[in-house]
Design a protein around this ligand. Structure first.
Ligand code: CA
Length: 231
């Protein structure tokens, strides 16, 4: 089942070019060239990702962004001709997930699309299972099982667990974890990692007495896949 991408762009040449690049990557692509038609389309379709031009005839990109956000979490990449900071802040405030300034290279946009799909778990939807089989992460259901017991996690704990468990044995610094969970634009979040790890450990250890998230002294943390792994 192909991943569906909606491109909302009134400049025909750009819409066609973007659609061609995305189609070549195996995505199913629809292009809408005005805001009102796009809203009609969204009333009956559920794309996996939306590429949204800010300046559109009839209904603006801002309004469409608000509409989509009121409906759910469909990832949005906003396109805009304006390179200024205001447009960027506006786009992100409205709930766009990423932002590309015109002129852009279709190749870069395609890379951003894939990265955002991965980040939002719309690519690579197969549930993750640890090598020892004890941990299962279901990206679609956003659920985690440890030794067949469901573990209820906050979105931050879920991301933290996913990063650690997907690279068993690798040490992650608090800074790297903070960057990957909260994004590079946030500073000073590494202190909060300590608290999230503590809470995540408590939840995991309620189901299994093993300590799976090991402290790597002077560095940060690592996930231990094997039972009775060195801590
Ligand atoms: Ca436009």
């Amino acid at each position: 089942m192909a991943i569906k991408i909606l491109v909302i762009e009134d400049e025909e040449r750009i819409g066609r070019l973007v659609a061609a690049y995305l189609a070549r990557e195996g995505f199913s692509v629809d292009v809408m060239d005005d805001g009102e038609r796009a809203l009609d389309y969204l009333g009956t379709h559920a794309p996996d990702l939306i590429i949204l031009d800010l300046m559109l005839p009839r209904v603006s990109g801002e309004e469409i962004c608000r509409y989509v956000r009121a409906q759910g979490e469909t990832p949005i990449i906003m396109l805009t001709a304006k390179a200024d900071e205001d447009a960027k802040v506006l786009g992100l405030e409205l709930g766009a997930d990423d932002y590309v300034t015109k002129p852009f290279s279709p190749r870069e946009l395609t890379a951003r699309v894939k990265s955002l799909l991965r980040r939002t778990h719309r690519l690579g939807l197969e549930p993750f299972q640890s090598a020892d089989g004890s941990l299962v992460i279901d990206w679609e259901k956003h659920r985690v099982w440890l030794r067949d017991a469901a573990v209820n996690l906050t979105p931050t704990e879920f991301k933290l667990l996913a990063i650690l468990a997907k690279s068993p044995g690798r040490a992650f610094s608090r800074q790297e974890l903070a960057d990957r969970i909260f994004g590079l634009e946030y500073d000073g979040y590494e202190d909060s990692i300590y608290v999230h790890v503590k809470n995540l450990r408590q939840k995991l250890e309620a189901h299994s007495s093993e300590r799976r998230i090991a402290t790597v002294y002077g560095i940060g943390y690592r996930w231990e896949d094997e039972v009775n792994g060195s801590v």
